[in-house]
Each structure stands twice: as C-alpha cells, then as structure tokens.
Ligand binder design. Structure first.
Ligand code: FAD
Ligand code: SF4
Ligand code: SF4
Length: 475
C-alpha cells in the first residue's frame, strides 16, 4: 500500500483555489473554492503525525487534528468528521474564519521551511462533505431530563452551549435581540469570509434538535428569565464601539464599523436598509478611509472595495508587523486594491457639515510599555491629508453596561466591564446564572466563544445535577 502520510517533503503546501482578486472585488462570495477530494487527501497527507502535535496544543478546542488528517489522507471521511465534530460545534465555520496563521497552522512543526499543513481548509472540507452526505445530524437527546435553561445571545458561545445542553436532555430556549441566529457570524463577519447559508443551515439543525429560538427579543429583565428556567446563560457579546476624540469627529460621513458591516450584511440578505440606500452606510463612488488595524478594520476595507469605492485606505498607527489583524487578511485586502497607510494616525476630520478630508500625521514606534508593546509616538511636522467622503472607525469594542441592561444590579463586572465569573464554575455573582464568550473575555474569536460555550455547558450541567441530587436527598 502506498505511503499516505509524511508527504510534506514531496508535496508542496496548497490552499484551495483562491478566486482572482479582479473577480472577488465585484461580489461578496467566499474567496476560496472547495478542495477537490484528491487534493484534500494529498494535503492532509503532508502531516508528519507528530508525537506532541503543537497544532492541537494551540487550537483553543484542542481538536484532534493529526487523527482527522490521517483519516482524510486515507479517504475515511465519515470517521474524520466524527473526530472533527467531537470537539467542535462549528467546524466548517472555524475552518473558514479562524486566524489559523496565529493558531493551529502557525504552530505546525513543518511550518518552518516546508509551510504548514492546511488544517483549516481540510477541516472545512471534511465538514462540508459531511453536510453533503447527510452525516451531520441534530443533537437529539436520548431522554428529556425535565429541566430547562435559558440562553441570552445566539452567537457562537450561546449556540455551542445550547447544543451541548440539548444533547444532555435539557429543554433549551435561546433569546436574541436580532431577527436571525448567529450573532456576529451573521451581522459582523462579511459574506466573503462566511456565506450566511452556512449559519442558516446550523440554525435549522438546532431547531430540528428541539432548541427553541425566541428572536427579536431583547432581554431586559434577568429575574424574569431566572424564574422561567433552572439556569440562565448570558452570552451577549461586546458591542460598545470605542470612540475617539478629534476635531471634526461629529461630521456626517464618519460612521462606526459595526453599523457599516451590519448594513452590508443586511443588504446581502435582501433586507431593506434605508441608511444604505441613502448612501450613509454605502461606500460606492467614495474615497474611504478606515481607521484601525484589527480584523474588523480588514472586513470594512474589503467590504468598501466590493461596494465600489473610488479608493480605500486603511490608517493604522503601528506597522504591519505590529497590527492585531491577521496577516492573511491583509494580503487578501492588498490583492483586492486596499492601500495601507502604516504608522499613521488621524489628527482631525475636515469638511463643511460632512467630512471631505482626514488630516493625519506619521508615527514612529517608541519604547515598549508595561505590556511589552512599543508605544506609537507622533512625528512632529509630518502632517498630511487624505481625501475621504466616508470614514469608518474600527477601534475595537467594549462591553455595554450588562447589569444595567438586564436590570440586575447584583451582577458583578470586572474593571473592564466584562462579566465577573468564578473561573472554575463559570458562574457569575448570581446563583444559577452563568456567562461565556466575548462578554467574559472581551472581544475575541469565534473559536474561543465555542470553547467557552462547551465549557460552560459542562459547568451548568454539573451545577444542575448537584442541585437535583440535593433536592432528591431532601425529599
Ligand atoms: P456574539 O457573536 O456577539 O453574539 C452575542 C449575541 O447576543 C448577539 O446575537 C446579540 O444580538 C445578542 N444579545 C446581546 N444582548 C442581548 C440581550 N440583552 N437580549 C437578547 N440578545 C442579546 N472571530 C474570528 O474567529 N474570526 C473572524 O474572522 C472574526 N471576524 C470578526 C469580524 C468582525 C467585524 C467582528 C466584530 C468580530 C469578528 N470576530 C472574528 C470575533 C467573533 O465574531 C466574536 O469573538 C464572537 O462572535 C463572539 O461570540 P459571542 O457568542 O460571545 O458573541
Ligand atoms: Fe485550527 Fe480553528 Fe480548526 Fe482549531 S478550530 S483546528 S484553530 S481552524
Ligand atoms: Fe501534523 Fe503539523 Fe500537527 Fe505535526 S503540527 S501533527 S505536522 S499538522
């Protein structure tokens, strides 16, 4: 039998085919095509089956990557899917949007010299095949256990917890203020990274498993939910956009990133979006300046290109090596025509009622602060101007006032405003109320939200079992 593994010396790294930038610029479809079966097996076969797989260590879900790669290389895809889905509730989504260069692939031992195994693309391929073949089945419990949980937030943390708890026999009800399931998967992340039918397909699966979704419902009274359910999970994410102070910041044409991306995603769904139609949240024909260097900024610049902007520039105060966003995303953006203005910060926004220019200055990186990051310092006399009829602020997100919003003043928060939990039990300061995802961690990643959702489900189950046993003993 021919050798199916350890082929990294003879087979080069290959991603699934990437669509041409000239084509990508004109639509919102995902940029990678699917692997063909032989290609996936060939790429999986590059794995050297490490004794200590650093890819697995650096995957937040500790996915059993070497095993599923081996099974894929051998053509045993149904088993590969079983292994991949045993630790991940949304493997096809992580395969698409995890920053693999910073996680599994960035730590693959053959990365140095031979280029890493394309782990994310194979994970996506395995799970897409499972969907096609009907191997993905709803998490139906063996029996109902008669207890119920309420989940606030239908983002990846809430969804992973809901699925895990449903599997254990709980009645699960998920509440969300949005009209669709997915949180930032539907209204933050653009289609060209994650097409929305991928999320809708999951929603149908959860519904088939018996999970109830109560949408268009902003929870404002935590006590009412506690009275209705045996335990409650808060997985509400972080949505307060960081602001900046600068002359002219109030001019028309300066918009927050999430409002811009949400409008674009809604247009993709075919919804009527007045602010898009009026041009407020539409980049068509404009010179666009995006301020920030994270993944949200990358999504904004690439969306603006697709909307037909005249020019798109990204202004970031540090350099390329020190930006928080994924290098892979920067490369995609550059191919699509985005210009990066590194080491530059805005000073003022200029215009008559509406912005027409950004005044900015050059920066250099000074001495490191207590976190070890070099602090950007302005260079005197380096002022320059950029034309801008649309400025998008992508400066990051903080938590909203959750105790205030949920009318729960006893819910304790950290000094950053995230919910305070006991890191062993994942319970908040209120008995039977748990929290997970960005609202605990601060703005993070989908894969961490899934990890937290899975962990919190274990803890909620443990808590409810203990309470149940105590009640039986007291009878
Ligand atoms: P969310 O996904 O934010 O979901 C929270 C849900 O709670 C929302 O649906 C919200 O409507 C709901 N909610 C809030 N308050 C209430 C209430 N009171 N009542 C009812 N419902 C409520 N991560 C990656 O790994 N890869 C990426 O490429 C990536 N790109 C990103 C791009 C953008 C533009 C942004 C903003 C984030 C991106 N992230 C990415 C980060 C990732 O999306 C988040 O870390 C992740 O979605 C957090 O999951 P969550 O479940 O904690 O919260
Ligand atoms: Fe890599 Fe993300 Fe998949 Fe983990 S979940 S193996 S980090 S792509
Ligand atoms: Fe395979 Fe790379 Fe993981 Fe080693 S680190 S098991 S080569 S994917």
């Amino acid at each position: 039998m021919p050798q199916k593994l350890l082929k990294f010396v003879s087979v080069d790294k290959a991603m699934p085919q990437k669509r041409l930038a000239s084509e990508r610029r004109r639509d919102f479809d995902e940029i990678y095509r699917e692997f063909a079966a032989e290609k996936a097996a060939e790429q999986a076969g590059r794995c050297s089956q490490c004794g200590i797989p650093f890819c697995q260590v650096h995957c937040p879900l500790h996915n059993n990557i070497p095993d599923w790669l081996k099974l894929t290389a051998e053509g045993r895809l149904e088993e590969a899917y079983e292994v991949a889905s045993a630790t991940n509730n949304l493997p096809e989504i992580c395969g698409r949007i995890c920053p693999q260069d910073r996680l599994c692939e960035g730590n693959c031992v053959i990365e140095k010299g031979f280029s890493s195994v394309t782990i994310g693309a194979v994970e996506r391929y395995i799970t897409e095949t499972a969907w096609e073949q009907g191997w993905v089945q709803p998490a139906k419990p063996r029996r109902e256990n008669g207890r119920s949980i309420g989940v606030i937030g239908a983002g990846p943390a809430g969804l992973a917890a809901a699925e895990q708890m449903r599997r254990k026999g709980y009645a699960v009800e998920v509440y969300d203020r949005y009209d669709r399931v997915g949180g930032l998967l539907v209204y933050g992340i653009p289609n060209f990274k994650l097409e929305k039918h991928v999320v809708a397909r999951r929603q149908a699966l959860y519904e088939a498993a018996g999970i109830r979704f109560t949408l268009n419902t902003e929870v404002r009274d935590l006590e009412a939910l506690r009275a209705r359910h045996d335990a409650v999970l808060i997985a509400t994410g972080v949505y307060k956009a960081r602001e900046m102070a600068a002359p002219g910041i109030g001019l028309a044409g300066i918009v927050p990133a999430l409002a811009y991306l949400t409008a674009s995603n809604r247009v993709g769904f075919g919804d009527k979006v007045p602010e898009f139609e009026s041009g407020v949240l539409n980049a068509a024909g404009k010179n666009v300046v995006v301020i920030g260097g994270g993944d949200t900024a990358m999504d904004c610049v690439r969306t603006a290109i697709r909307q037909g902007a005249k020019s798109v520039k990204c202004l970031y105060r540090r350099d390329r090596a020190n930006m928080p966003g994924s290098q892979r995303e920067v490369a995609h953006a550059e191919e699509e025509g985005v210009e990066f203005v590194w080491l530059a910060a805005p000073e003022a926004f200029i215009g008559e009622g509406r912005v027409s220019k950004v005044r900015a200055h050059r920066m250099h990186l000074g001495i490191p602060d207590s976190t070890g990051r070099q602090v950007p310092q302005p260079i005197e006399g380096s002022t320059f101007h950029l034309d801008a009829e649309l400025v998008i602020l992508a400066l990051g997100f903080d938590p909203e006032d959750v105790p205030g919003l949920l009318a729960a003043p006893d819910l304790r928060v950290t000094r950053w405003g995230t919910l305070k939990i006991d890191f062993r039990t994942m319970m908040t300061s209120l008995d039977g109320v748990f929290a997970a995802g960005d609202i605990v961690r601060g703005a993070s990643l989908v894969v961490w939200a899934i990890r937290d959702g899975r962990d919190v489900a274990e803890q909620m189950h443990r808590y409810l079992e203990a309470r149940h046993s105590a009640a039986l003993a007291a009878e």
